[in-house]
Design a protein around this ligand. Structure first.
Ligand code: ASP
Length: 581
């Protein structure tokens, strides 16, 4: 080995030992008679001292080292007179006896420090340098740890890690496919998996009753901080199970990860059904680190001559506890927040519950103190609270109020990164009406089973059918989702039928699955987790990009590779692709 130790391990117990360290020149300081070098590797930083009196030539060589030069330093470990408590190796330093330059380096385009001067674009372009920085390096180490702990838990629970192909036929998960042209089959394409959904179900038919895979999935959809075109799932499936078994097994996984990685013991997960989540929090992924549930107010508020309320399908509000002292400016800011086009509310009604028991509202012209007192009572409000109310169509109003609730949570510091509120959302609708296409879509995916008792509704009132589907949500982030599957051919055909497939279309796209269901498919169900999201949450961040070694930017580009990029005429020709038509 070129080195005897890493740059992060030497301590008082190594004093007087001769050592050899390899790493990068983080920083050098020239104090005339002495030159100090901080040598850095994956494990830490060690201070090296070059002394003019001891070896003038060596000291001069050290002075010439540029930032990020790769060096090998030989010397003796001594105790430091002024110890650096911030550094793991801060009790010691090396008196250099030898210095070898293993490679030179151009001056990096940004500082390789925890707080760098590099902007996002530059850091992405030189991601290999960005990965040298402490915070990003630690994220990648965390990712490794989460990966190992996931494998450990699932292996212990008897799950088999089975790989499935990446060049496949479309598996519908609600996004567009990335497609790959086939040279050997001109004019034909593979799709990259949006998930291994159909394969894992086929593995159940094969009898592998517990499957998992930590697997890349690809979805061509608009990107956000928590979305990448390629991302990693912990994909799982089990046979001979009911919903409760799946929830229990995977609540166990998440508890294991929090305990092993963060030393946090999570409480029992709450379970809320979809309808309640929408009714009380306006979203299917509520952040339950704080309360402030919604109260529907139609009966209390309507038929009073206030048009906005009277005409609305839904009048709904919540009690922003303790916000009754918000100034005019704060309230205007909240109004501006909800009327932004992204939120789309028409306006915001507020009621301040004053300390003297009176009320001040934005609708004083229409509602007297008595009416406001009734609202306050309905929302369990006390002096010093603030009621925030929106009105309009049901779906949009709930959604807007949900955003407002989160905004209040942010303003009031209630969304603490060190607090975790895990829950299951269950009983999702099976289908979702697509206004544009004028047809039903699968809310989860087409392989999700309807609740047994709701199957007849598939013919009469498809929108009312509930599914055996569930999501795991922590702090308002959907970490995973899954379902009990359909395992009978006739029911699967019925589902395709609901989704507007003809029998022929269903057969041509999913014939392999329908056929497999004729050969003894066991009852089965499963789940998939967003691995990047889990890691980001355990790392206390929102953006998954910081936890992926080589991520893409918001436009889906890899700015380091500068791709996607054009391919040669020859490649196009071989693939039978003519771009001009
Ligand atoms: N395949 C689903 C997804 O990617 C997860 C599942 O149903 O197991 O969301």
């Amino acid at each position: 080995m070129l080195r005897t130790h890493t740059c992060g391990e030497l301590s008082i117990s190594d004093i007087d030992n001769e050592v050899r360290l390899c790493g990068w020149n983080q920083k050098s300081r020239d104090l005339g008679g002495m030159t100090f070098i901080d040598i850095r590797d994956r494990y830490g930083i060690t201070q090296v001292v070059f002394n003019m009196d001891v070896d003038e030539g060596l000291c001069k060589k050290a002075r010439k080292l540029g930032r990020e030069y790769v060096i090998c330093v030989e010397g003796k470990v001594i105790e430091r007179s002024n110890k650096n408590k911030k550094l793991k190796t801060g009790d010691i330093e090396i008196i250099a006896k030898g210095l070898k330059i293993l490679n030179e380096s151009k001056t990096p385009p940004f500082t390789i420090e925890d707080n760098t001067d590099g902007g996002e674009d530059l850091r992405m372009q030189y991601r290999y340098l960005d990965l040298r920085r402490g915070p990003i390096k630690r994220n990648i180490e965390l990712r490794h740890q989460v990966l190992q702990e996931t494998r450990k838990y699932l292996d212990r629970e008897g799950f088999l890690d089975i790989e499935t192909p990446s060049l496949i036929k479309s598996t519908p998960e609600g996004a567009r496919d990335f497609v790959v042209p086939s040279r050997m089959n001109p004019g034909e394409f593979y799709a990259l998996p949006q998930s291994p959904q159909t394969f894992k179900q086929l593995l159940m038919v094969s009898g592998f009753d517990k499957y998992f895979q930590i697997v890349k999935c690809f979805r061509d959809e608009d990107l956000r901080a928590d979305r990448q075109p390629e991302f990693t799932q912990i994909d799982c499936e089990m046979s001979f199970v009911e919903q409760a078994d799946v929830l229990q097994t995977f609540e166990g996984l998440i508890k294991h990860l929090f305990a092993a990685v963060k030393n946090i013991s999570l409480d029992e997960f709450k379970t809320i059904c979809y309808d309640e989540a929408m009714q009380y929090y306006g979203t299917d992924k509520p952040d339950l680190r704080f309360g402030m549930p919604f109260k529907e107010m139609n009966e209390l508020c309507q038929n009073n001559g206030f048009n906005v309320f009277d005409k609305a399908e839904l009048v709904v509000g919540f009690n922003a506890n303790g916000c009754g002292t918000y100034s005019r400016k704060n309230l205007d800011a909240l109004t501006n927040f909800v009327i932004r086009p992204q939120i789309g509310a028409k306006g915001l009604v507020y009621v301040k519950c004053n300390e003297d028991g009176s009320y001040k509202s934005s609708v004083d012209k229409f509602f007297d103190q008595n009416a406001l007192a009734n609202w306050a009572k309905a929302m369990n409000a006390k002096e010093g609270d603030l009621l925030l109310i929106l009105a309009g169509t049901k779906g949009q109003t709930r959604k807007a109020l949900g955003e407002l609730r989160l905004e209040i949570g942010n303003r009031e510091g209630l969304r603490d990164n060190n607090k975790f509120a895990p829950l299951w959302i269950t009983d999702f609708p099976l289908l979702d009406w697509d206004e544009e296409e004028n047809r039903w879509n699968a809310m989860h995916h087409p392989f999700t089973s309807p609740k047994e008792e709701d199957i007849p509704l598939m013919d009469t009132d498809p929108g009312k059918v509930k599914a055996n589907a569930y999501d795991m949500v922590i702090n308002g982030v959907e970490l995973g989702g899954g379902s009990i599957r359909i395992h009978k051919k006739t029911l699967q055909q019925k589902m395709f039928n609901c989704l507007g497939f003809t029998e022929e279309e269903a057969q041509s796209q999913f014939g392999f699955l329908l056929n497999a269901f004729e050969y003894g498919a066991p009852p089965h169900g499963g789940i998939a987790f967003g691995f990047d999201r889990i890691t980001a949450m355990l790392g206390g961040k929102e953006s998954i990009r910081e936890f992926i070694a080589f991520p893409k930017n918001n436009a889906g580009r890899d700015v380091m590779l500068n791709t996607p990029s054009a391919i040669s005429e020859r490649q196009l020709k071989e693939l039978g692709i003519n771009l001009s038509c």
